[in-house]
Design a protein around this ligand. Sequence first.
Ligand code: VG1
Ligand code: CO
Length: 544
Amino acid sequence: MKIQTVETTPFDDQRPGTSGLRKKVKVFQTPHYLANFVQSIFNVLADIEGQTLVVGGDGRYFNREALQIIVKMAAANGFGNVMVGLGGILSTPAASCIIRKYETYGGIILSASHNPGGPEADFGIKYNTANGGPAPEKITEAIFSNSRKITQYRILDSADIDLDTLGEQRLGNMRVEIIDSVSDYADMMEQLFDFDAMCSLLTSNSFSMRFDAMNAVTGPYALEILENRLGAPSGTVLRGEPLADFGGAHPDPNLVHAKELVAVMMGADGPDFGAASDGDGDRNMILGRDFYVTPSDSLAVLAANASLVSGYQQGLAGVARSMPTSQAIDRVAAAKGIECYETPTGWKFFGNLLDAGKITLCGEESFGTGSNHVREKDGLWAVLFWLNILAVRKQSVADIVNDHWKQYGRDVYTRHDYEAIATEGANALMDQLRARTSELTDQRFGDYIVAHCDDFSYTDSIDNSVSSKQGIRLLFKNGARIVYRLSGTGTEGATLRVYIEQPENDPAKFAQDPQQSLAELIGLSASIAKIKDYTGRSRPDVIT
Ligand code: VG1
Ligand code: CO
């Protein structure tokens, strides 16, 4: 088998965003496009000779083709081993688990996460380092600059590997191992949670749950853990077979895109507990009977109840949330006397804090929750954490959250997304806000007085790296906040995200619909940023 050196020319649009490089499948199918990016990854890594690389993806359209290219390039670039998920599939948290468990050099994850799949839809690729987490900005920026000047890549001229048979194969001098990540991942969950108590709950006649895998990667993991190991009745896992186009659906676990599950849960006779995860299995949505738990509240509830869960009984070192995530977790941290860190959006910013042992739990408002067990957010882990709490507390999801609000107060919260708007208008909107930050400070809007307004900048407390322009924040004197930022995961135009939050300590108002409680602030969020003027939109596309 021969190593080919292929001449190529750079593409200028390979800068990784919030979570890797995401583009339309058609872009990734452009000759050399994927290979250029993969070679750029390999070029910035030191000492890859003889090392082990983990490769797998969420099974979406183009996953298998991309995988063959990457494995042949890994062989041509001197890796000694690659570990590949069976069928080319690894959920994002399972990839992180495998990288850590087998102490590999790093991994390449193929996923566009919650974005739709299929020939006309999205694909993505990202590099994770030896800690199992997404590469920090220092590395993603180096990959990007390499991609701007690349002239050639190396690839082995060989037949495809067999992705569907467990065990070893050879590719030139490299060993290829097809692994079953489901058992490694399930074993890890069994270490963290009280499976006996959860099994009793799931097999009792008085409890039922539904888990919607959304035709995405979590299906096999959920079936193994919930139905096989924990004994939940078959049919507990819905849409459990990973499909290359996610059945034509949008694999994003929120009230809009998981509407079938939401319909099952909403009603007096619904199941006790419902959950869903996204395309690559790192997100989660938590529902009770007729009750939706916002991701920010979910993180706070997990932190407040961690001592009930065996894997976390020793206490929490600290917690962290991304900047736009609600301050519910801050209240828990303050009550427990532990540190709460505020990071920019994107899981890569939690890595250093987790590695340094500063935090145990962390999360984002975008349906992402995780802990120090891996270095990615982990959808099924969050669902099992909730199940463990439910098994111990023997209360409903709604009662647990209501008790939580009574004890800590509530942060009423919503996110409004304006999707696929024109990039120019979106940039202009952000630019004018950025230019107005000092002018906005101290301004009064009805009952709301701006105490502070800035473009969030983060200095990592471990390596002192600085990430600026992470979102415009308006912090009001009464504790309310409005945050504006542009998405870094989209593939079409721009998406404006507006995060709106207000503390509420009056239990009489807890039951109100957040869109009503926040109506005045929502109106302000649109008028202050002149959203209609810059985007032509008078209402958001998705509300979570
Ligand atoms: C979104 C979320 C962010 C999350 C990222 C990746 O990014 O807001 O919190 O970390 O997706 O999640 P953005 O830049 O579009 O707002 V996933 O499940 O797509 O890997
Ligand atoms: Co995801």
